[in-house]
Design a protein around this ligand. Structure first.
Ligand code: CMC
Length: 377
């Protein structure tokens, strides 16, 4: 072993691949999908077009856009076996686990490794969305609602959850959330999906690997954890005292900090702007959540910003999720629906020049050790 060999803990600062899918500008605080500023996409585009941009790294022509949205809508349809599986497991496990199971089953018998498999990428993102919606619908006692041809992706998701077309503003908020979460370079979940894909596992199973890595509170689970934290704090007057005590106990403040951003998360800035447009829809619980979040954002920066730890998007997104009525235990699963667009794009890009991902470890134990048979121990 060369004496200079050392372990890069958490792969911090390590470049693992070249990609044209997204770029995080940590100087200016901006995020680009294939060169397009996410702020522009939120204002002027929609999730369907965002998926196309991520999968193809360019804008669609009008004809391509129409074909693409029609393929997406087709893929939103679920089959009786999907519904039976959801009904069987919905009360037995959490939403994210069920979502990953459904994706694994979807991948059964399929092969991986073909970078031209865009149709599967489209299907996988749409299936994630309809699985998510059907899980919420069936869990609340309703029957599966098939998607409608005249609704867009976000409208269909809400329609499949509620069984009726609701407020168009809510669908716009959902669409914005889907765009904002769709891609973010190589966080743990994307890396996990690439590790699976690099073995030539199929696309759906590779996405399931991403889902499972997204689950934890240090990554995709942070919005659920940040919501639980706000509930624990209870009211805005308690924020400073709660924060001081949490920091003195060396607790991590959920919704703060990021491996890449050592500045205010630009996605949080977009989320805050969306919130200002929907304040009139907030009920008293969401208003309290909002006030707690405003105080936590301010006091948290007072204590943590000098250490380069700033609010991230998960501090703010629970306000949007709750305003449009999504259950707190479904936040991470919705993140997964959106991020499946990024995972699928990275997987297909990786397969263009696949290389098995296989890092090394430094063995720290002793060897060789003499084996002692059980009867002599
Ligand atoms: N609250 C308090 N201290 C923190 C926080 C925080 N949120 N984040 C980092 N630190 C401290 C940490 O305790 C450590 O201190 P010390 O050096 O004294 O031991 C130091 O900062 C470095 O922390 P780290 O966890 O080793 O650094 P990292 O680059 O691995 O951290 C992070 C990234 C996201 C895991 C971390 O900031 C964190 O746990 N944040 C809370 C969870 C969260 O909000 N996650 C969502 C991230 S954004 C959504 C996404 O893209 O996944």
């Amino acid at each position: 072993m060369p004496s200079t060999t050392h372990v890069l803990k958490g792969l911090e600062g390590v470049y693992v691949l070249e990609s044209s899918i997204s770029m995080i500008d940590t100087e200016q605080g901006a995020l680009y999908y294939a060169g397009y500023d996410v702020r522009d996409l939120v204002e002027r585009s929609n999730f369907e077009e965002t998926i196309f941009i991520l999968l193809n790294q360019r804008l669609p022509t009008r004809k391509e856009y129409l074909e693409f949205t029609s393929l997406l809508r087709e893929s939103l349809e679920l089959q009786p076996l999907h519904i039976e599986t959801i009904k069987h497991y919905v009360s037995r496990t959490d939403i994210l686990s069920l979502l990953s199971l459904l994706m694994v089953l979807e991948g059964g018998g399929k092969k991986g490794g073909d970078p031209a498999e865009k149709r599967s990428g489209i299907d996988a993102v749409a299936k994630m969305a309809s699985f998510y919606s059907a899980i919420l619908r069936i869990r609340s006692g309703g029957e599966y609602v098939p998607p409608r041809g005249d609704l867009n992706f976000a409208e269909n998701m809400l329609y499949m959850i509620d069984g009726e077309v609701r407020n168009a503003d809510f669908a716009r908020v959902l669409d914005d959330l889907l765009i904002i979460h769709a891609e973010h370079g190589i966080p743990a979940s994307t890396f996990a999906s690439l590790v699976a894909a690099s073995t030539l596992s199929d696309l759906y199973s590779s996405i399931a690997a991403g889902i499972l890595a997204l689950k934890g509170p240090l990554h995709g689970g942070a919005a659920e954890a940040s919501y639980a934290q706000a509930m624990e704090i209870g009211n805005p007057e308690r924020v400073r005292a709660w924060l001081e005590s949490a920091l003195s106990e060396k607790r991590k403040i959920m919704g703060f900090g990021h491996r890449v951003y050592k500045m205010y998360d630009p996605r949080a800035t977009i989320v805050k702007k969306i919130i200002t447009g929907i304040e009139n829809y907030m009920d008293s619980d969401v208003k309290r959540l909002y006030e707690i979040t405003v105080a936590l954002d301010a006091y948290g920066q007072e204590y943590l910003a000098p250490r380069g730890i700033y609010p991230n998007l998960d501090l703010w997104t629970p306000i949007l999720y709750r305003t449009i009525g999504l259950p707190p235990d479904s936040f991470t699963a919705l993140f997964a629906v959106s991020r499946s667009a990024g995972w699928a794009s990275h997987i297909l890009e990786y397969w263009m020049d696949n290389k098995l991902i296989r890092p090394l470890h430094l063995y720290k134990g002793q060897y060789p050790k003499k084996y002692i048979p059980l009867e002599l121990r």
